[in-house]
Design a protein around this ligand. Structure first.
Ligand code: PLP
Length: 294
């Protein structure tokens, strides 16, 4: 495993038609131990910013377009300056060149509001080689259901809650994962106060019922998952029906299989919900993960 990489981005306005040489000049690798943030940065002090995490296998990043589109959508929700997507794409390419050509890795794109709301955002990428085998992909995960504390349609009434944006404020998500560990589980399915299953703290939920695959509709206060979308593409091509709708929590126990899916860990089959064992489809899980990695 090689060392992590850090690439600083001097942000170029989204509407600037910057030449490739100007974009290259705006990107600068720094040693991973070098401090890069002011103590007054809003990202560090308030979690005021957005990020993306891309999965990498054998030198290729998955779903670059989808991640850049979501970065742009998250920035818009937070009233941050729109990112220059050509610049970020160049940054991802440069990071891929700096990472090992084989094995798995993750690339993180970060934009914070910076030190002064009127000034430029603070922007960087990190690249981190990761252990190439995730036992969760084959052994599965036990989940607990935990309330997210608001109703399914909260995003419509309270857009300032930023549901559906990938903000840097993940302290709640990390606290939920620690609560899962306290309860002897590995991961979480967040639920709404009106009784629907939503998503994991860092993953999307997919259920199988017969030949139908179901994921919560994104208007219900969840992040639009890039891995879930890729998997629906794969499953659709395999002839399965793929549906977006509300999922009453009870369906977690009544489905033929369930997964939490995300860009780096990929598809992790759920083996138990709140201590009750549920069926798994490990052969299909293996094919799903092979499709994502392929
Ligand atoms: N939902 C949340 C809250 C997440 O943080 C993530 C990923 O980190 C996902 C869903 C899955 O998104 P993706 O498949 O794009 O990694």
């Amino acid at each position: 495993m090689t060392t992590p990489q850090v690439l600083l981005v001097d942000p170029i306005p989204a509407d600037a038609d910057a030449a490739d040489t100007a974009i290259l000049a705006s990107l600068r690798f720094v040693p991973p131990t070098q401090p890069i943030l002011s103590a007054f940065d809003a990202g560090a002090g308030r979690g005021d910013g957005v990020f993306e995490t891309l999965g990498v296998s054998d030198g290729r990043a998955r779903g670059i377009d989808a991640h850049l589109a979501r970065l742009e959508a998250s920035a818009l929700k937070l009233d941050l300056p729109a990112p220059n997507l050509a610049q970020w794409r160049r940054g991802v390419d440069a990071m891929l060149d700096a990472l090992p050509a084989s094995g798995q890795a993750s690339i993180r794109l970060v934009i914070t509001r910076g030190t002064d709301a009127a000034g430029p955002p603070t922007c960087w990428l990190t690249g981190t080689p990761v252990a190439s085998d995730f036992p969760e992909r084959t052994e599965g995960i036990r989940v607990v259901t935990l309330s997210r504390g608001y109703a399914n349609d909260v995003g419509e009434d309270a857009p300032w809650l930023l549901v559906g944006a990938k903000t840097l404020s993940y302290a709640i998500n990390m606290a939920a994962l620690r609560e899962a560990q306290r309860r002897g589980a590995d991961d979480v399915v967040f639920t709404s106060t009106d009784g629907f299953a939503l998503e994991g703290p860092t993953s999307s939920l997919i259920l199988r019922q017969g030949n139908t695959f179901i994921t919560p509709a994104i208007q219900h206060g969840i992040l639009a998952g890039t891995t879930q979308a890729d998997l629906f593409g794969f499953l659709d091509a395999e002839g399965f029906e793929c549906v977006y709708r509300t999922i009453p929590v009870g369906e977690l126990l009544r489905s033929d299989a369930a997964w939490l899916v995300s860009s780096v860990r990929l598809a992790a089959p759920i083996t138990a919900v709140d201590g009750s064992v549920i069926p798994t489809d490990l052969a299909l899980t293996a094919r799903m993960n092979a499709a994502l990695l392929g």
